[in-house]
Design a binder for this molecule. Sequence first.
Ligand SMILES: [Zn+2]
Length: 214
Amino acid sequence: MTISQLHPVFVDQYGGLRSDDRERVDPAVDAWVDLDAAEIAVADLLVALGQDLDTEDLRETPRRVATALAELLTPQPFSMTTFANDEGYDELVVVRDIAFHSLCAHHLLPFIGVAHVAYVPGERIVGLSKLARVVEHFARRPQLQERLTRQVADALEGELTPRGVGVAMEATHLCMSLRGVCVDGARTRTTAVRGVVRDDPATRSEFSTLVGAP
Ligand SMILES: [Zn+2]
């Protein structure tokens, strides 16, 4: 087998986010996607599961599955654009209902939901779209919802040094609704709070109200 297609994966500490305008082209590229090997492995898996690959439907499926999984498991590089908080804004900034999807690390089945991301600025503020990009960045890998929630909070705390951060996520896990206990419609909620969002009761209460927490 020849390794004809190699795609870099940008490996990071907590995402390798940068606080300046540089494109996040991390020199520490030490993981690769080998699509040819993945295609062979998917074919082997389907055959082992009793599937006949010599049908029109399934003939190209191993390649398609390998490509789809590579896309879902490869974080996209991006830069964290921040600006000086010249006007001294010191209230909660909340972006609600950021749709996201990820793959559960235990079954590689999707979990799908929304994230609400909030922070109280310190000396820097961040472009609002970047809050959604942070969620997407950490979602593109085998994940646990708890870890994803925490990683988004940690990344914002590390990059912005804000006075506080709050992240709430609510998602449906297909590994719960399609298999095992087959609980349909159950939604899992996770939160991560830092700084004044955690320690100041009024700010914490405001965060909970804004993101619709009980
Ligand atoms: Zn699972």
